[in-house]
Ligand binder design. Structure first.
Ligand SMILES: C[S@@+](CC[C@H](N)C(=O)[O-])C[C@H]1O[C@@H](n2cnc3c(N)ncnc32)[C@H](O)[C@@H]1O
Length: 201
C-alpha cells in the first residue's frame, strides 16, 4: 500500500483492474449513471472544440463526453483499463487515447474543456499542485474545468487526499487564474466548475 504522502502509482490501478475489470461498477451502478448525467448537465457549452479527460478508466464517461466534443483526448495510467475504453469507443473516430501519468507528463495541447472526475484524491498534495498548474496552462482562456469527486470518508479510504481536499485546493487558487462558475454538493460527491480567466485582458 502507498504511504499517504505519495501519489498512488500505476501498479496500484493495474492490480485493481486485474482483480476486477470494472472495480467501481461504472457500467452498472445507478449512482454512477446519475452522477454522469449531472456531470454532463453541468457543462455550460453544448459543444467543445477539444476536450481532455484525465483518468478515463474503462471509458464509460468518455463515451458520454464524446457526444459533446469535436475532439476528445482520454488519458489514463492503466493500459488494461484504457484498452476497454478503446474497445467501447471504437466507432468514435474523434476520441483519442494516450497512456499517461499526470503530472509526470501532460498532453502538449490546449483544451477548451478539462474533466477531472474521481482522480484528484489519488495524488499527494505536491502532485495535485503540479497537476493544477498543468491543467491551467493547457486550458484556453474561457475554457472550462470540471471537477467531480466522491466525498464520504470510509475506513478503507487510504487515498492521499479526500475529494474535499481536491476541490478546496482549486477553490483557493488565485482568482486571476480561474473563475468559479458553479459548486454543487450531492450526498456522496461534489461537483465544481471553473472557467480559465484571460489574464491578458
Ligand atoms: C476512479 S477511476 C475514474 C474514472 C472516470 N474518470 C469516471 O469518473 O468514471 C480513476 C482512474 O484514474 C486513473 N489514474 C489514476 N492516477 C492517474 C494519473 N496520475 N494520471 C492519469 N490517470 C490516473 C486510474 O487508472 C483510473 O482508471
Amino acid at each position: 500500500m502507498n504511504s499517504p504522502q505519495q501519489s498512488l502509482t500505476p501498479d496500484y490501478f493495474d492490480s485493481l483492474y486485474n482483480a476486477d475489470a470494472d472495480p467501481w461498477k461504472f457500467e452498472t451502478s445507478d449512482y454512477e449513471a446519475k452522477k454522469y448525467a449531472a456531470t454532463l448537465a453541468a457543462l455550460p457549452n453544448a459543444r467543445y472544440r477539444s476536450a481532455l479527460e484525465i483518468g478515463g478508466s474503462i471509458g464509460v464517461l468518455t463515451s458520454m463526453l464524446a457526444e459533446r466534443c469535436e475532439s476528445l483526448l482520454s488519458i489514463d495510467v492503466s493500459e488494461m483499463a484504457q484498452q476497454k475504453a478503446i474497445d467501447r469507443c471504437q466507432a468514435l473516430s474523434h476520441v483519442r487515447f494516450q497512456l499517461m501519468c499526470v503530472p509526470e507528463s501532460y498532453p502538449d495541447e490546449q483544451f477548451d474543456l478539462t474533466v477531472l472526475s474521481e482522480v484528484g484524491y489519488y495524488w499527494c498534495r505536491e502532485d495535485l499542485q503540479k497537476a493544477q498548474q498543468l491543467m491551467l496552462q493547457h486550458l484556453e482562456p474561457g475554457g472550462h474545468l470540471l471537477l467531480v469527486h466522491w466525498t464520504p470518508y470510509e475506513d478503507y479510504y487510504h487515498n492521499p487526499l479526500s475529494g474535499d481536499d481536491v476541490h478546496d485546493s482549486f477553490l483557493s487558487l488565485p482568482s486571476p487564474q480561474i473563475k468559479h462558475l458553479r459548486g454543487d454538493r450531492a450526498e456522496k460527491y461534489r461537483l465544481d466548475l471553473f472557467e480559465r480567466v484571460d489574464e491578458t485582458l
